[in-house]
Design a protein around this ligand. Structure first.
Ligand code: AHM
Ligand code: MG
Length: 336
């Protein structure tokens, strides 16, 4: 008999039933997020034919020009998630403040954060982009929901993942028991389990960083990259390869598939800013996935998942991927 395909729905039901790893409400939430990602994938695929490309002529709270697809993806995620009764509120890269579930719907116990369309600069050039999400539990010591309820360290996440819209649409997920990957079967309309227990090799010969910023970096990051560039003649004694897609989802996906190190470090252009990427809906979910796959994630000094957020749209410096390389960069920041 041909091997049965395991759908995301079945995978989640079995995790809930047999292992008790996922509460029912969280399972529902993840299914709804996956369904929203399916809709976003359809919109992305249509491209010019669906009139979804180009700028929306508006700016988000971080002062970045929004693309039409940033806004479409944000709306799809909100509409899919607001009525199911599993959420208390949502937060997004594209919204200034939190979105509390309207009181015509039941309030659930979870908080959902997302970057609806990561890698926005790739949208109009037909290069892979994605959705990143993180799930937290709402503290139950007070009624209602406030922005402060979201300000929990990444170590408190109860689920995290991303969906990549590339040659395939792929959903990658963790609920704290390893990392699983699901590929969208367009004929069936469902995500099918295609990899389980993903592991990132501890060593790598591939780095991912926007090299055009090199002159602005701090010494430890410069030193690490200089040593990689020196290749077999340098202190590392091996040649390195470089990849930069300008879409964190895609760069992290490659690292989960074959190893590597990804960095978006602090730089001198805006010294007051800890980094470019956002802690709560970019760095935290990706760091948890990477750690769950045996890798490491720091801001150059501390474990990202231990950082206490102070605001929703907080930024952070990011170094993640193959464990030995991340530890090396982190060591270079603290030579003692
Ligand atoms: P976005 O969420 O507005 O798309 O920005 C985040 C993206 C990351 O996906 C990517 O790693 C980085 O910004 C690319 O930055 P750069 O334009 O410096 O290459
Ligand atoms: Mg992003």
């Amino acid at each position: 008999m041909a091997q049965q395909k395991i759908s995301l729905t079945r995978y989640l039901v079995e995790q809930q039933r047999a292992d008790g790893l996922i509460p029912g409400q969280l399972r529902l939430l993840l299914e709804v997020v996956a369904r929203a990602c399916k809709s976003i994938s359809m919109a992305v695929n249509k491209g010019d034919l669906g009139g979804v490309l180009g700028s929306a002529d508006s700016e988000n709270v971080q002062g970045e020009v929004q693309k039409k697809l940033d806004i479409i993806a944000n709306e799809v995620l909100i509409e899919a998630n607001e009525w199911g009764g599993h959420l208390a509120a949502m937060a997004s890269e594209e919204m200034d403040s939190i979105y509390v579930v309207p009181n015509r719907y039941p309030q659930g116990e979870y908080l959902l954060l997302f970057d609806p369309l990561d890698g926005s600069s790739n949208i109009d050039v037909n290069v892979s982009i994605g959705t990143i999400f993180s799930v937290l539990k709402k503290p139950d010591d007070h009624p209602g929901v406030h922005e402060a309820d979201f300000l929990q360290a990444g170590a408190k996440q109860v689920a995290a993942g991303y969906c990549i819209y590339g040659p395939q649409t792929t959903l990658v997920l963790t609920v704290g028991h390893g990392v699983a990957m699901f590929t969208l079967d367009r004929e069936q309309g469902s995500f099918v389990l295609t990899k389980e227990n993903i592991q990132i090799p501890a060593d790598t010969k591939e780095f991912s960083v926007n090299m055009s910023n090199m002159r602005h970096w701090d010494e430890p990051v410069k030193r690490y990259i200089d040593e990689c560039l020196a290749g077999t003649e340098g202190p590392r004694g091996k040649d390195f390869n470089m990849r930069w897609i300008a879409s964190m989802v895609t760069d992290v996906h490659r690292i989960l598939m074959r190893g590597g190190i990804f960095m978006y470090p602090w730089d001198k252009r805006e010294p007051g800013k800890p980094g470019k990427l956002r802690l709560m809906y970019e760095a935290n979910p990706m760091s948890w996935l990477v750690e769950q796959a045996g890798g490491a994630a720091t801001n150059g000094k501390e474990r990202i998942l231990d950082l206490q957020p102070t605001k929703l749209h907080e930024r952070v410096s990011v170094v993640l991927g193959s464990k030995n390389e991340v530890e090396r960069v982190t060591r270079y920041h603290d030579p003692l």
